[in-house]
Design a binder for this molecule. Structure first.
Ligand SMILES: Nc1ncnc2c1ncn2[C@@H]1O[C@H](COP(=O)(O)OP(=O)(O)OP(=O)(O)O)[C@@H](O)[C@H]1O
Ligand SMILES: O=C(O)[C@H](O)COP(=O)(O)O
Length: 395
């Protein structure tokens, strides 16, 4: 793969596909980790006289502009961190984007609006993606793939655009792969993987492969309830992927046959509603009341998980153990992070919210082996799957 060093960028418009999918509270960025992680590539390009056109997605808007998911606050934060103005285009590849990117001088930076405001970005239809990629290609002369958190997505800006422009891999993607490579092949054992979060349907599939590599799988967060239901327990109004129950039963059987330990919570914090103020209490995992939803792993599970991680030599963790953004449901995630900082294992935390949680709960980044910007992307890398956004950069 070509790197930025192999490109002659001076005076050229360079399209940087970054992952700036940061958590927001209204217009306030609650964690800017992914913006910071994108700075080295942007700075290198600026220093070398490039006109930098940054593009990224935010959240999951439905292929049309939605002010809730505007990247405008990200442009402001990026400018602060760079110490230089960042011009913001109010569309992604339309009139504003053409004007703003066309007006860039050498060393200047622009950010275009959320890629997912255009239906072509995430379309499964090749022609629709191609049409959008053609318009994006009109904004730049060169392409740099640096959005590690999105390299597992077969999206127009990730896969189709680099086919249209001379391209290179960015430093963030290279750095992430270098660390994650240590977890593929033959990681030091016992190797434990902790899965949580809310993108359950996205991430259940990775378990198939993890059963062949990990010694222990700890399940927390929104993942839990599909497992509990598959074991025959009721889960109230908790997050559930009802159409995945058979798949999960299959995982439980295979895990037993293959000697992989699947560790499920023995208790969960069950609340009357998705709110910090709602009445809530720990209940046994097999006794979740019908009118309650599980929003965190309970105190006994926190102890159990810490115990199961104590002797691990390698740990990969993706997905918060609970709705950590609300204090009453943050304890599971905090205790898990604490257990990792106290273990002698090589620890990797991956994912936008997982990394944000660790920082929000006051842990030092240096207490972990590596904090990756990619959640789903890291998991798919660990599965050994070819990642579309990396293949697209490989000539
Ligand atoms: N029991 C639960 N019910 C509902 N949501 C939950 C539960 N537990 C955790 N979550 C939510 O999961 C979200 C994070 O999940 P997600 O899978 O996106 O993780 P991530 O680390 O951001 O990974 P990625 O980078 O792949 O997005 C958090 O916003 C948290 O509130
Ligand atoms: O948060 C992430 O994992 C990446 O930004 C990818 O987002 P997505 O899961 O919405 O594609």
């Amino acid at each position: 793969m070509r790197t930025i060093d192999d490109l002659d960028v001076s005076g050229k418009r360079v399209f940087v596909r970054a992952d700036l999918n940061v958590p927001l509270d209204g217009e306030r960025i609650t964690d800017d980790g992914r913006i910071r992680a994108s700075l080295p590539t942007i700075t290198t390009l600026r220093d070398r006289g490039a006109r930098v056109v940054v593009a990224a997605h935010l959240g999951r808007p439905k292929g049309a502009p939605d002010p809730k998911f505007s990247l405008r606050p990200v442009a402001a934060r990026l400018g602060e961190l760079l110490g230089a103005p960042v011009a913001f285009a109010s569309d992604t590849a339309g009139e504003s984007a053409r004007a703003v990117t066309g007006a860039l001088a050498d060393g200047e930076v622009a950010l275009v609006e959320n890629l997912r405001f255009e239906p072509g970005e995430t379309s499964k239809d090749d022609a629709e993606r191609a049409e959008f990629a053609d318009r994006l290609a009109g904004l730049a002369d060169l392409y740099v793939g640096d959005g590690f958190g999105a390299v597992h997505r077969r999206h127009a800006s990730v896969v189709d655009l680099p086919q249209r422009l001379p391209h290179a891999v960015g430093g963030l993607v290279l750095a992430e792969i270098e660390v994650l490579r240590k977890l593929t092949g033959d990681p030091e054992r016992p190797y434990a993987v902790v899965l949580g979060g809310s993108k359950v349907s996205d991430k259940l599939g990775v378990i198939d492969n993890l059963l062949g590599t990990a010694d222990r799988l700890l399940i927390g967060g929104g993942m839990v309830f599909t497992f509990l239901k598959a074991k025959g327990y009721e889960v109230g109004s908790s997050l559930l992927e009802a159409d995945q129950l058979d798949t999960v039963r299959g995982y439980l059987e295979r895990a037993e046959k293959q000697g992989v330990e699947i560790v499920l919570p023995v208790d969960v914090v069950a609340a009357e509603a998705f709110s910090a103020e709602a009445p809530h209490a720990p209940v046994a995992a097999d006794a979740i009341p019908a009118d309650r939803m599980g929003l965190d792993i309970g105190p006994k599970s926190q102890e159990l998980f810490a115990q199961k991680l104590a002797d691990a030599a390698t740990v990969f963790w993706n997905g918060p153990m609970g709705v950590f953004e609300l204090e009453p449901y943050s304890h599971g995630t905090r205790e898990l992070a604490l257990a990792l900082t106290q273990s002698a294992a090589f620890t990797v935390v991956g994912g936008g919210d997982s990394a944000a949680a660790v920082r929000a709960l006051g842990f030092e980044e240096s207490a972990f082996g590596h904090i990756s910007t990619g959640g789903g992307a890291s998991l798919e890398y660990l599965e050994g799957k070819p990642l579309p956004g990396i293949e697209a950069l490989d000539d």
